[in-house]
Design a binder for this molecule. Sequence first.
Ligand code: MGD
Ligand code: MGD
Ligand code: SF4
Ligand code: MO
Length: 886
Amino acid sequence: MTAQQPTKTTCPYCGVGCGVVAEVAAGGQVTVRGDADHPANFGRLCSKGSALGETVDLDGRLLYPEVGGRRTSWDAALDLVASRFSKTIAEYGPDAVAFYVSGQLLTEDYYVANKLMKGFIGSANIDTNSRLCMASSVAGHKRAFGSDTVPGCYEDLEIADLIVLVGSNLAWCHPVLYQRIVAAKEKRPHMKIVLIDPRRTVTADIADLHLPIKPDGDVALFVGLLKHLCETGSFDGDFVESHTSGFAEALSAAHALDALTIIERTGLSHGLIQRFFDLFAETEKTVTVFSQGVNQSSCGSDKVNAIINCHLATGRIGKPGASPFSVTGQPNAMGGREVGGLANMLAAHMEIGNPTDRERVQRFWQSHTVAARPGLKAVDMFRAVADGRIKALWIVATNPVVSMPDAGNVEAALRNCPFVVVSDVTANTDTIRHAHVRLPAAAWGEKSGTVTNSERRISRQRSFLPLPGEARPDWWVFCDVAKRMGFGAAFNFQSPAEIFAEHAALSAFENNGTRDFDIGEFENISEENFDRLEPFQWPRRAGSASFPRMFSDGGFFTSDKKARFLPISAQDASRTAHAFPMTLNTGRIRDHWHTLTRTGKSQRLSQHYGEPFAEIHPADAAHHNIRDADLVRISTGSAFILVRALVSTRQQIGSIFVPMHWTDQFASKARVDTLVPPVVDPVSGQPASKNIAVRIERFVAEAYGFAVLAQKPKHIDAEYWAIAKCNGGWRVELGFATSRENWATLAAELFGEPKDAETIAFHDRQGARYRFACYRDEALLGALFLASEPVAVSRDWAVGQLAAPHPRAAARFRLIAGRPGAGAVDKGATVCSCFGVGANEIAAAAHRGCRTVAAIGETLQAGTNCGSCRAEIRTIIEAQNLEAAE
Ligand SMILES: Nc1nc2c(c(=O)[nH]1)N[C@H]1C(S)=C(S)[C@@H](COP(=O)(O)OP(=O)(O)OC[C@H]3O[C@@H](n4cnc5c(=O)[nH]c(N)nc54)[C@H](O)[C@@H]3O)O[C@H]1N2
Ligand SMILES: Nc1nc2c(c(=O)[nH]1)N[C@H]1C(S)=C(S)[C@@H](COP(=O)(O)OP(=O)(O)OC[C@H]3O[C@@H](n4cnc5c(=O)[nH]c(N)nc54)[C@H](O)[C@@H]3O)O[C@H]1N2
Ligand code: SF4
Ligand SMILES: [Mo]
């Protein structure tokens, strides 16, 4: 194999949409660096983007089509899919089938899926994981602007004087935008940042003001802000008069909310609220960034409109440094909205409820039918699968058994569904295990097309790896099934470029400025020009330039071109009850992506957090007799999970935070969505994944364990286990309800019974500690540490032993004693995953005098590559400074 020319493409993770340059070395090794020319990141990358090269191997890939768990040909698999869908439609009508797709599809994949369902099958039962992600923002935009338009752009974050982050953990979830803000604030120190989040996240470290709001207190806060803007005369009368309607009604709804109720609903002090209100009122250049703390709520759409109301009142919309800004999660959440991938939308930002739009799209597609009404939104769709209304379901590029609310029932629904097709890149997921037909999809690096990021910028994803096994791109699979269902003429695409051209043509079709989404410039794009396509922002009408911002002079997409204020009243959002007194909040961590199918393959990214956890305030922990590192059982009436306790003052009293990432592939019982009830926002249908009433208790374990293993164990028999990739193998955390007479059987189960291996064991009866280690020649095959307390062995050191040679007996005994030898340093929990630097090393360097993040970088390299850990480094330095001052 010879080295290839570098390929410019786009990161497949978050909605920042960073440009990357991928290189394949002669040995096949992939390296990825930031693309200095891409306007989203100008060369920067975060920890996930930097580790992309580690996630493209074929380990764990689904490479061949399977029916009933057996390998088959594409022909046989697709014939079966097409005939079962056609038969179900013939027998029960088009609404008896459904597609559940994903914001991680490319626009071209998405376009053909939507065209097939809405234009040819004739049902709108296509919904997407964007329902769990962006639906409330879409609903809010449409209610206010008449269209789903994001008015601002990334540059606004650098030129604003005030950035209000609402329900966004930008430092971890949109790290390159966070880095851009940090850099801008260093240049313009007067820039202020306000964070509104119940938790004091790492993002709080750059905030001038943190409002630890009560769960779902945001509506009250922003309705209160509107009232304040009015009372202090801080609104833009001209803008309101010329470009909006409904101001008076919105104000009168706001006036119904008195100051005491705002304090009660937000849980914030009068002083904090006033500081925020004054700052907002006096700062013209204000950007309000919002994300899942806003969207994923039973009042998510109202939160969005309460925020937009304040921007409309002040005329701060689509102006340099002044806009409301919904940041999208997935790499192509926006592209999915553009092709109409949600059940209540039609292609190219047209309306499924509008007969003229429906007729226009049908004419353009030259189809015999078009869905006449909106289809089922995700939660209702899985309900319909459960009660048998949907009899054939095709799931593409999403893992709903993990990520949907009511995940236990979602899984049961799939188990009972007569026909489930799953297209995925991964052979084992919690969802694919229920598929009758498994279709191997081409992964990032192998597929080609476009994605749209949070600032409406469309960029190319380009392939640089060959298609492995028999994997095929998703667009090809949809088109092939459409052909087999008899719709060949409309799906005769030979390449993503042809699909993109049709999508562009539809966006411009009879548009004439009536619809926001128009990329008519590209309706005749050639293969060659598609290959060369540079990132650009929409709209891009034929013959005209892009608009970086929209609506600064009105021109909304409502019938009278005016934006709508929405009258909003704030309800009490508390959900806790006597039996379930704690609020469960869920979300993301820095180095993992969703259901771990990709970041779980990287040992670097699995170091930051190696197991599922619950963050608990010390007061709640004490109340429930839970100590740091204990196991904790979190339950609702019908389900429970088991995770590690992390006691932390970042959490507010009464709330706990659990990440969404862990699946049955990586832990015994940590699918947090089994606890999330199917409660949705009534307007958007988006689930409320951040405010769930639960009970917590200490899981009384008689024994705890920790193991490092060169090979992944096939089966683990423990009430609690969590497995993560590490350098040289796997690490496993264990918890047992009851201790065992004979732990040797567990060791045999974990290590297998390798031939020619030498096992040494150690049993300390007094301390109730057992240790096993297993060697072949000088290599450690595995080590197991058990104790009656959470195992206090340095994880980092133990993992390091997998790669180290063990020639001498003394070192072997030191290992089972669980103690680094003299001179061996315990690095502590990994903070910088790019260079593998641990918390203890940073603390020691800070103690020795490195008192800035830059100084730590010079000494240890930590924080000098992607910079995602810089906020955590700062926290460690500050803790050292405090210690020094005491
Ligand atoms: N590392 C990483 N980055 C990612 C992803 C990932 O999996 N991993 N996923 C991507 C995707 S798809 C998405 S959608 C984005 C999500 O990006 P974010 O929305 O930033 O991430 P979350 O952690 O889901 O939630 C954000 C914050 O909302 C807060 N919150 C909870 N309830 C409330 C509330 O009532 N009010 C307010 N104001 N805040 C509240 C939570 O405490 C949390 O800190 O991240 C994207 N980026
Ligand atoms: N409790 C709780 N639940 C949540 C959230 C939360 O904050 N809290 N967040 C919600 C949000 S915002 C989101 S976006 C969802 C995300 O949840 P999911 O979409 O379920 O998560 P992913 O792990 O990204 O799943 C993507 C799947 O597609 C596969 N895949 C990757 N690339 C391709 C491809 O090119 N083609 C095909 N066919 N398959 C591919 C991957 O292997 C993986 O199985 O979770 C939602 N669920
Ligand atoms: S911020 Fe990180 S995850 Fe998001 S697109 Fe950029 S490199 Fe990828
Ligand atoms: Mo998302």
